[in-house]
Design a protein around this ligand. Structure first.
Ligand code: GDP
Ligand code: MG
Length: 714
């Protein structure tokens, strides 16, 4: 027989490992409809049953898209059976989901994972007792060591075949009579099999269920009041408490803990240091610095392996470009074709692929830190800080990676479990000044601020401020909202990294980068090359007469309030920055060298200082730091956000906020240094401050958007 089996469990309990062990290589990865969460499906080896991997969740309340996806799948798609994978080293936390799944009434088996760790710790779990108390079969396994897998497969097929539903767990008589009242009120309004689950949710006042059965909760108001009075608490707390009490009772009965020595395990001792209130952050900065040192460091004193490999690859691409150019010349290839090949394709794609070695090293280090469980500690440490602004501690890692390069930074947001935090982070990472923006910062600092490091400092503080602003504002959009997933205080035990997992993660990420970034970079490079090499009559011309210059002429009016003056070159530079931020400098070099510099023998920065002034230069820098990142990063953002609609929204937001902030910077700083600031800039500055204040303080600034989103998700 072929069954549909769903796999559900907390994040980090070994779900991916078990999924791989059960399905081998036969998996398909797609998306859950409507949301951008991985949907993995595969055939269970040796059977014709299909395994559907549900997102990792802590509970079945619709706090997050992950939970909604899981709930909808179990209720609407009615899998034949459910494997609930549970981390046996952490039963107290994991069983909370188990109890809710039991109420859903789907035939299920509990896979008690990490039994190898339980055994080596000396703890004893009475598996039969556990199974009896939970009312479902329990199979001890180790997904990593691949023990118990066959027993699990046999059991789940048997349960699916016999449709044996779990025996509901009873929580005491007054609890049960409230549940009965709720079940009566819901009859016919929710699926019969899951009625107990819905009844308890109705007691809790779960929005989703209350909406499904209008009036039902009012109908049983007296029952709920009596229930709340008896326990002197709100119904939802009573339900949670009852569940946790039940779990404590079950665990107390069936788990015999081996005595721990005073110091705790080695893992505890390490944790005491790395999550220490004062040491945690410095240790983390130290580790990240070391990783950067390995991947990026490059100076007169020496070169790191990453920087060396990247340098080598860049040289190779350059040499390759020259070879091709030489070959084209010898063979009288049309100039447009050689331009396209050398400047367009090899130049553009090479610039991006050149980053590959550094990225592989970065990925490798990060994946190892993730595998051994250190990243969970970092998230714990950072959570204290970021939670204050409604962001999760895990957002911090991608931001840090983004200081090197936005592309791996955006990709690092993958590790964030909560969908909304992941999306907000993916669209915020590129506010941090990446490596490619450093030369731009250096140029502006050198041209107008005597090379002051304060310009660099300004760039980082600006980046962090806008990240926080984005977090605060986006949380108000329905699709980014949702109570932050409860942060779990218990930390998973350290694991030694598994070579296969590490290799696979690194390869997957690197390959995705090559594939996706190279396609988007290829197209955009060709496009920009075309736009700056041709005029509208499709004649090959100098950049000054090109289509791009024409666009710049139009765009310059948009940028005038930013203090960029009557110069189309700056607008064009901002556009070419979309291919790679280093282009800003290259483009301006080309453009200005044609006009001013050649006659007067001036340096490019003298021209800049003359044309922009301090305030204009600072606004130029600000805009280019914050606006849409390069195409490679946009491509990476699209990979994380999945739809072009979301990606478009993110890019619009970045350009929008860049524009707002740049006008303010120009007007305010221009006034301070006594530069001429036009009336328009002053007016816009005040308007922009008002807009930002409104976004930050208004309760629901996106009412319109929120309503339309709501229709979409249905
Ligand atoms: P997921 O977040 O639920 O998908 O969990 P993963 O499959 O990524 O596993 C989390 C960590 O636990 C990884 O480092 C795994 O190697 C490790 N792990 C998974 N199953 C076992 C197991 O049975 N025993 C041990 N010792 N480690 C495991
Ligand atoms: Mg996983």
């Amino acid at each position: 027989m072929s069954y549909t089996i769903a796999l559900a469990g907390n994040p980090n309990c070994g779900k991916t490992t078990l999924f791989n062990a059960l399905t081998g290589a036969s998996q398909r990865v797609g998306n859950w409809p409507g949301v951008t969460i991985d949907k993995k499906v595969g055939k269970i080896r040796g059977t014709s049953s299909e395994l559907v991997d549900l997102p990792g969740i802590y509970s079945m309340s619709p706090y997050s898209p992950e939970e909604i996806v899981s709930r909808n799948f179990i209720v609407n798609d009615k899998p034949d059976a459910l494997i609930n994978i549970v981390d046996a080293t952490n039963l107290e936390r994991n069983l909370f989901l188990t109890l809710q799944l039991i109420d859903m009434g789907t035939p299920m088996v509990v896979a008690l994972n990490m039994m190898d760790m339980v055994q080596s710790s000396g703890d004893k779990i009475d598996v039969d007792g556990l199974s009896k108390d939970l009312g479902v079969p329990v199979i001890p396994i180790s997904a990593a060591k691949k023990t118990g897998i066959d027993e699990l497969v046999t059991k789940i097929e048997q349960v699916a075949g016999s449709k044996s539903r779990p025996v509901p767990i009873r929580y005491g008589s007054s609890f049960e009579s409230a549940v009965s009242a709720a079940e009566k009120a819901l009859e016919g309004k929710v699926p019969d099999d899951s009625i107990r689950f819905y009844a308890i949710k109705l007691l809790e006042g779960d929005d989703d269920v209350v909406e499904k059965a209008p009036g039902a909760r009012n109908g049983i108001k007296s029952a709920i009041d009596a229930f709340e009075d008896e326990f002197d608490d709100s119904a939802d707390s009573i339900v949670a408490d009852s569940r946790y009490n039940k779990i404590a009772e079950i665990v107390g009965k069936n788990v015999k803990r081996a005595p721990r020595d005073e110091q705790g395990t080695l893992s505890d001792r390490v944790d005491r240091i790395v999550t220490n209130r004062w040491l945690g952050i410095p240790i983390f900065i130290g580790i990240m610095a070391l990783i950067y040192f390995i991947a990026m460091y490059d100076s007169t004193w020496g070169t790191s392996p990453g920087a060396w490999a990247t340098g080598w690859l860049n040289d190779w691409f350059e040499g390759f470009g020259e070879d091709v150019a030489g070959w084209c010349e010898e063979n009288n290839v049309e100039p447009w074709l050689s331009g396209l090949l050398v400047d367009g394709i090899i130049g553009g794609v090479g610039a991006v692929l050149g980053f590959l070695p550094q990225m592989i090293i970065l990925f490798l280090c990060l994946v190892i830190l993730e595998e051994i469980g250190y990243m969970a500690r970092v998230a714990f440490v950072m959570d204290r800080l970021f939670r204050y602004f409604g962001l999760s501690g895990k957002s911090f890692i991608p931001l840090l990676v983004g200081i090197g390069c936005g592309v791996p930074g955006v990709m690092a947001s993958r590790t964030i479990e909560s969908e909304s935090d992941r999306r907000i982070t993916a669209m915020s990472v590129t506010f941090m000044p990446c490596g490619a923006k450093l030369p731009v910062i250096a140029m502006i600092a050198g041209a107008l601020f005597g090379g002051s490091v304060l310009v660099g400092l300004y760039s980082y503080i600006l980046g962090i401020a806008v990240v926080i602003l984005t977090g605060v504002v986006m949380k108000k959009l329905k699709k980014f909202s949702g109570t932050p997933a409860p942060f779990i205080m218990e930390l998973p035990p350290y694991h030694s990294p598994r070579l296969f997992n590490v290799a696979k993660s690194v390869f997957d990420r690197a390959w995705a980068f090559v594939k996706k970034a190279a396609t988007i970079i290829l197209l955009s490079s060709i496009l920009i090359w075309f736009l700056c090499s041709y005029d509208f009559g499709l004649n090959m011309v100098d950049i000054g007469d090109s289509i791009l210059a024409w666009c710049g002429e139009g765009l310059k009016y948009v940028f005038m309030p930013l203090g960029w003056g009557d110069n189309w070159e700056f607008s064009v530079a901002a556009i070419t920055g979309l291919v790679a931020k280093e282009n800003l400098i290259a483009t301006m070099g080309t453009l200005f060298s044609v006009e001013e510099i050649s006659e007067e023998g001036e340096e490019i920065w003298e021209v800049l200082a003359y044309l922009l002034g301090k305030a204009g230069a600072l606004s130029f820098l600000t805009f280019n730091l914050l606006c849409a990142p390069c195409f490679a990063a946009i491509g990476a953002m699209h990979r994380e956000l999945r739809t072009w609609k979301s990606t478009g929204f993110a890019v619009l937001w970045q350009c929008f906020i860049a524009y707002l902030v740049s006008v303010i910077v120009f007007a305010v700083y221009g006034t301070i240094v006594g530069q001429e600031v036009g009336t328009l800039s002053y007016v816009l500055c005040i308007v922009n401050i008002a807009i930002i204040a409104y976004l930050v303080w208004a309760k629901d600034p996106f009412r319109q958007l929120n309503d339309s989103e709501e229709v979409k998700t249905e």
